[in-house]
Design a protein around this ligand. Structure first.
Ligand SMILES: Cc1cc2nc3c(=O)[nH]c(=O)nc-3n(C[C@H](O)[C@H](O)[C@H](O)COP(=O)(O)O)c2cc1C
Length: 308
C-alpha cells in the first residue's frame, strides 16, 4: 500500500530505501522507516512545499505529488526533451549566453496577433521559475487582441492624467513632502514631464507610447498567500522574456502599467481581475518590427568579494 499524505505519495513497493528523497527535501519531512521512505504524518504535512525535489531525485520513480500538473511540460508549439539536464551538461553556456545578450526590450511591433498557443506555452515556461516557499501564487491575465490592450491603455492613461493634474499642484506637493509623503514630489521631479510628453503624443499623434502598439500583453499578478509575490512574478516574467525571443517574439516590461494598476485597483476590476490579486508585471508581447545589428554592452556593474 502507498504511504500517502495530502501532498506526497510514496510507493513502498518501488522504494529502494536509498534516501535520495530525504537528502533533497528542503523541509525534511521524509524519513526512512524499515528502510522505506515515508512522508511525515498528516500533522506535519503542512511543511511540505510540494516542490517536487523528492520526486525528481527518486531513482525508482516511486514518488508522486498529486498537486503537480505534469502536463505543464507538454507544449503545443514545440517539443521538448524532458529528461533532466544536469548542471554543466548538454546546453552549451555560449548558446544560453547568446540568447541572454540578444534579448532586447522591443518597442516596435508588427500588428500580427500572437497565437494563443504560444502565449499558453510561455506561461507554462513561466511557472517553472522559482517562487518563495514554492507558493506559485502567480496569476496570468492575457490580453490577446489589440483592442483589449488599447482599452487597458486608455484606463492607464486616464490614471496618469489624474496623477499629473495632482502633481501640477505645487502647494499640494510641498504640503505632502512636509508631512513626509514625498512620493508626489518625487514623481513630479522624475516622471511628470516625460509622462506628459508621452500622453500628448498619444493624443496628437495617435501613438501608443505606453504599450508600443503591441498586440498582446500578459499581466502577471499574485493571489493572496505568496511569500515573495513581486519577486515571483518578475522571475516568471524573466522566463517569458527569454523564451519569447526564441519563439520569434519581442517583449517589453511595462512598469508604467504596473504602477497605475497598483495605485488604482479599479483598472484591474475592468479586466475581471479580483481585488485580492495584485499585478506586479506587465509583459508587452508581439512580433518585432525592429532589427538590431549587434549585441552591445552594459554599465560596468559594482562587484565585490568582501572575503580575502
Ligand atoms: C521593471 C521594469 C519596468 C520597465 N518598464 C518599462 C516601460 O514602462 N516602458 C518601456 O518602454 N520599457 C520599460 N522597461 C524596459 C527597460 O527600459 C529596459 O529593460 C532597459 O532599458 C534595458 O534594455 P533591454 O531590456 O533592451 O536590455 C522596463 C524594464 C523593467 C525591468
Amino acid at each position: 500500500m502507498h504511504s500517502t499524505s495530502t501532498s506526497v505519495t510514496i510507493d513502498p513497493a518501488r522504494c529502494a530505501g536509498c534516501g535520495a528523497c530525504i537528502r533533497v527535501c528542503p523541509t525534511e519531512i521524509i524519513s526512512l522507516e524499515n528502510s522505506i521512505a515515508k512522508a511525515a504524518p498528516d500533522t506535519n504535512i503542512a511543511r511540505c512545499l510540494q516542490c517536487g525535489h523528492c520526486m525528481a531525485a527518486c531513482p525508482e520513480n516511486a514518488i508522486a505529488i498529486p498537486a503537480l500538473d505534469l502536463d505543464l511540460h507538454h507544449f503545443s508549439t514545440f517539443a521538448v526533451d524532458t529528461a533532466w539536464q544536469a548542471p554543466g551538461s548538454s546546453l552549451p553556456t555560449r548558446d544560453l549566453a547568446r540568447l541572454m545578450l540578444s534579448r532586447r526590450s522591443c518597442r516596435h511591433y508588427r500588428q500580427s496577433p500572437v497565437e494563443k498557443e504560444k502565449i499558453a506555452d510561455l506561461i507554462k515556461l513561466a511557472v517553472f521559475a522559482p517562487s518563495g516557499t514554492n507558493s506559485q501564487a502567480w496569476t496570468f491575465t492575457c490580453l490577446a487582441t489589440r483592442a483589449e490592450v488599447l482599452a487597458l491603455g486608455q484606463s492607464i492613461k486616464a490614471f496618469f492624467e489624474r496623477l499629473n493634474k495632482k502633481a501640477e499642484n505645487v502647494l499640494l506637493r510641498k504640503f505632502l513632502a512636509l508631512v513626509g509623503a514625498k512620493t508626489l514630489d518625487h514623481y513630479y521631479t522624475n516622471y511628470y514631464a516625460s509622462v506628459k510628453t508621452a500622453m500628448d503624443q498619444m493624443e496628437t499623434e495617435n501613438r501608443d507610447r505606453l504599450f508600443h502598439e503591441v498586440p498582446a500583453v500578459i499581466l502577471i499578478g499574485s493571489s493572496p498567500g505568496a511569500t515573495c509575490p513581486k519577486e515571483d512574478a518578475l522571475l516568471a516574467a524573466g522566463n517569458i522574456l527569454l523564451a519569447a525571443h526564441t519563439m520569434g517574439l519581442g517583449t517589453c516590461l511595462i512598469g508604467f502599467a504596473v504602477a497605475a494598476m497598483e495605485s488604482d485597483r479599479s483598472i484591474q476590476k475592468e479586466l475581471g481581475i479580483p481585488e485580492s490579486e495584485t499585478i506586479h508585471a506587465a509583459v508587452a508581447l508581439g512580433y518585432p518590427d525592429e532589427i538590431f545589428q549587434r549585441i552591445t554592452g552594459r554599465k560596468k556593474p559594482k562587484i565585490r568579494f568582501p572575503g580575502k
